[in-house]
Ligand binder design. Structure first.
Ligand SMILES: [Zn+2]
Length: 276
């Protein structure tokens, strides 16, 4: 049995995450800065462990931290789209969503020499225009939806959601979906956020979080032929202190389960012909 693969993904939001929330004072900006500070140690861990990964990087981060983004690319990690300033796409009309992705795709192409193959919406927001825009830009895969846990599928276009009748499913697009989940995301587990509207407690034990992640990877390896587990991490979250040691143990635990590590683009290109 093919035990499957883990796509470790890093959303290198840096300061853009706080800009998107209107928090541009030195305090929240410094939280974003930490993401860039942590890149070196994250790349060191990935180099030691021999793990290829995908970094979803907003255009704002590409322009603010060119040296760190170049180091990510030079280490062989994939760089994919993640908005410009972490805009929730549902706040954008079609032209604006297209413009944001064009602008950021040009920045990625300038850095890597080729257009981005992949895309993840900021905060996994989504619109009816998202997939048509990705198709127009030649993007091969998306990683923002949650329709399955460990099996890639083709994202649909033309869904119709009417509360007064059954949901009408649209047609499959050529865009491969590598599904995500809040359950495999470090942000809600670990990050403490307090605003006027909400308190997100976070601050859980990183070892316990990775034990949950590993239990999901084990379930996939045991039950899904050639499954794909997409794990979402943020440099400004996972890069802090002992959380890095917990990440290193998680990688070792995955290896013991017999699963592989692959970049999203490599998975998308491998599974695409087999999807229907
Ligand atoms: Zn993000």
């Amino acid at each position: 049995m093919n035990r499957g693969t883990v796509c470790l993904t890093f959303d290198f939001d840096a300061i853009s995450l706080w800009i998107a929330r209107g928090q541009t004072t030195p305090g929240p900006v410094s939280r974003g800065e930490f993401g860039a500070y942590a890149i070196d140690r994250i790349l060191g861990l990935l180099r030691r462990a021999g793990v290829p990964t995908t970094f979803f990087i907003p255009g704002h981060t590409l322009e603010t931290y060119p040296a760190q983004c170049a180091a990510v690319a030079e280490a062989g990690h994939e760089i994919a789209l993640h908005g410009y300033a972490h805009e929730p796409v549902s706040t954008l009309d079609r032209d604006a969503e297209l413009a944001v992705n064009r602008r950021s795709a040009a920045l990625i192409e300038r850095l890597t020499g080729h257009p981005p193959a992949g895309h993840r919406t900021p905060s996994w927001d989504f619109t009816d225009n998202t997939i048509p825009i990705l198709t127009e830009l030649g993007v091969e895969y998306d990683s923002s939806l949650m329709g399955t846990d460990f099996e890639p599928y083709f994202a649909r276009v033309g869904d119709q959601c009417d509360p007064d009748g059954p949901f009408r499913f649209g047609d499959a697009s050529p865009v491969v979906e590598l599904p995500v989940s809040w359950t495999l995301d470090d942000y809600p587990h670990l990050e403490f956020v307090r605003t006027r509207e909400l308190v997100m407690p976070g601050l859980r034990d990183a070892e316990a979080m990775f034990a949950r992640f590993l239990a999901d990877v084990r379930y996939m390896a045991d039950t899904v032929q050639g499954g794909v587990a997409t794990v979402t991490l943020h440099p400004q979250v996972i890069g802090r202190g002992a959380r890095m040691a917990a990440l290193e143990r998680f990688v070792a635990g995955c290896r013991e389960l017999g699963v592989a590590f692959e970049r999203c683009v490599d998975v998308a290109r491998r599974v695409r012909p087999g999807l229907s």
